[in-house]
Design a protein around this ligand. Sequence first.
Ligand SMILES: Nc1nc2c(ncn2[C@@H]2O[C@H](COP(=O)(O)OP(=O)(O)OP(=O)(O)O)[C@@H](O)[C@H]2O)c(=O)[nH]1
Ligand SMILES: [Mg+2]
Length: 455
Amino acid sequence: MATASARRHSAPPARLATLPADEIPFLHPETDFYDEQANQISKTIDEEIKRDSARRKDASRREVKVMLLGQAESGKSTLQKQFQLYYASKSLERERPSWRPIVHFNTIKAVRHILDELDLDLTRVTTGKSAEGSDASQEGVSAIRARLLPLIALEDTLASELSGGLAVGGGRAGVYVRAGWQSLVTATRSWPIGDTSRASQKAQVAANMAAKALFTLRRDISALWQHPAVKRLISLRHLKLEESGVFFLNSITRISEPDYIPMTEDILNVRVQTLGVIEHHFAINMGGISYDWRLYDVGGARGQRHAWIPYFEDATAIIFLAPISAFDQYLEEDGRTNRIDDSLKLFTAICSNKLLKSAHLVLLLNKTDLLKQKLQAGLKVKKYIVSYGDRPNRYEDVSEYFRAHFLQVHKRKDVGGRHLFVHFTSMLDIAATQRIIVAVGEAIIRSHIAKIGLL
Ligand SMILES: Nc1nc2c(ncn2[C@@H]2O[C@H](COP(=O)(O)OP(=O)(O)OP(=O)(O)O)[C@@H](O)[C@H]2O)c(=O)[nH]1
Ligand SMILES: [Mg+2]
């Protein structure tokens, strides 16, 4: 391992470093003394390289890279939060205040959506296009609307500031998050792009204005939410709010309190779109060994899916989430594609992707709580999925029908001859999800060990 220049030096190697370049003595080859020293050094270096390589190999064997995949709103980030809650609850605790403006944003967005639908309803009634409606049911709405206008005016600014000045997709206001987004509203870490302090200050100003407006107008929001015209629109299914909107409107008094800090349940209910790929680290102990668990949470909308590919080759496992409550919903990015159909196509692409052929596969059929609610409310699956035919419109039959379709995709398209772990989940149910997280974590680590050999 001795280098050519070192072998020609007659002085003991330790002196070399202390000599200025122009005083380096003439080098005599074939010095016994030097050869012995050089061999010793060479041996030591070789051993160190071997040890380093063993350490690296060991570390890479303990590294478990798990990707959360699935369409937008399938519940990937919610699952990531559940992992964080279980394996790194202190970090979730620290982030708690940064979720407050996002809870407020979700609420303002829902209020704006209600007012838009009431507007549309009035137009339908006045143009004679609605047989069911009556503008009498909107009595009092215009006064509430006038008072709520300053709150609604904050929606776009808040969305833009919370997203770090990003405007994605155009049209509907939304909040998009990338790695490190919490620093924008907590000012504890630096935002990775642009003028960090200014971005953070602007986001905090917008967040404070929204918090004040929500507190001042909380009774009007409540009155709007309880209004018979709104109830009528919901029962006619003209008004379909995001789940987070319903949850926060039901909690308006609590979340608009000046000293409000989001509870874990609030954090799980929040809706923000993920941009790109966000990496999270956890240490998971199994059998006395600590595994470096890396979770990759991705943006699931169609325009985001290209960003997944660079991570495929290294993935130890894929957890694919399919929201089976979405049988009556269509993609936001393509209003003609049924969400279940999109999930099945995406799952087909994942099962048949050669880059992923050695990754373990876990399928979570998510949002079972919402599926139950929709079926109980009388929504008919066959109206949206014709092939469901005259099967019973019960939870057991519907969930089994969807499960069978995903299993069939796996059977036909899987390139790796892999086992598929399948679970029904309701990601907002903390106790049930934590049990599944432990089971899934152990199954993935066990398969990983089986593949790479015992540590
Ligand atoms: N009722 C119910 N809501 C859920 C469930 N899982 C997730 N949600 C809600 O669905 C919404 C979307 O969840 P996210 O975790 O943000 O979805 P995502 O897959 O990360 O979406 P993108 O980041 O856009 O790809 C959030 O408001 C969650 O609270 C579930 O099992 N039941
Ligand atoms: Mg997400």
